[in-house]
Design a protein around this ligand. Structure first.
Ligand code: DX5
Ligand code: ZN
Length: 230
């Protein structure tokens, strides 16, 4: 599976957002991770559709939009005004009773659909949806803030989900990803890595991204499909 690094702009200098995005783009990042928080689903408020539209104007790097909001179905349209087929819109399984209809709404808007799952949510909850999505985002911290410590126990869930997922499904991890923790997530089966602090907290973004990519590549998951279910 292709290893992809997704720069979470939650830790970027917000007064220099355009420049920060240019810098990670030049540093070779694969995705721009945008954390959308509503103050209800998570105890923090961040960015909305207006910022997503602005970012779309200044970069060709695909967007990895992580919705941490209640009622995601109501906001799919406003977050997809300027997106295209390479962008991913991800919502939380805990935030809706009808995930399949949200997936369809997103796909009908012409972009990729992702589902996110919190650290303590059982993998079974997403099992039947794995064939319908383009990406599964497994949280390795409780969503809400950057700079938290990686929860290693989540790797067991990643492993089980990777074993039953379609082979081409991207599995992203998000929270506490740094060169010291990425190997655990990669060997469990993740291939997309969101990182805020370990990129924007460094002086040299290229070095930071390369350090993550190197560790992930060297420890990437080896496919041995056994089939079955969780
Ligand atoms: C947390 C966000 C993450 C966060 C990651 O709720 O979804 O994307 O920005 O930050 P770090 O990489 O610092 O853990
Ligand atoms: Zn995120």
């Amino acid at each position: 599976m292709q290893i992809k690094i997704s720069a979470s702009i939650l830790s970027a200098d917000s007064t220099q957002l355009g420049n920060e995005i240019k810098r990670v783009e030049q540093a070779g990042v694969d995705l721009i991770h945008i954390d959308v928080m509503d103050g209800h689903f998570v105890p923090n408020i961040t960015m909305g559709p207006f910022i997503v539209e602005g970012i779309k104007k200044i970069t060709n790097v695909p967007l990895d939009i992580h919705l941490m909001i209640e009622n995601p179905d109501k906001y799919v349209e406003s977050f997809t005004q300027k997106t295209d087929k390479d962008d991913i819109l991800t919502f939380h399984i805990e935030a809706t009773d009808d995930p399949l209809s949200v997936i369809n709404l997103i796909k009908n808007r012409g972009l990729k659909a992702g589902i996110a799952i919190n650290p303590d949510t059982q993998g079974q909850v997403v099992e039947k949806l794995l064939g319908a999505i383009d990406m599964l985002l497994v949280m390795t911290v409780y969503p809400g803030f950057s700079g938290q410590a990686f929860k290693k126990y989540v790797c067991e869930k990643i492993k089980k989900l990777r074993e039953i997922a379609p082979e081409n499904l991207d599995i992203e991890v998000d929270g506490g990803i740094k060169p010291e923790t990425i190997a655990d997530a990669a060997s469990a089966g993740a291939n997309v890595f969101a990182a805020a602090t370990s990129i924007f907290g460094k002086d040299d973004y290229k070095d930071a991204i390369e350090a993550l990519r190197k560790e992930a590549n060297e420890n990437s998951y080896q496919f041995m499909k056994s089939g079955g279910s969780l």
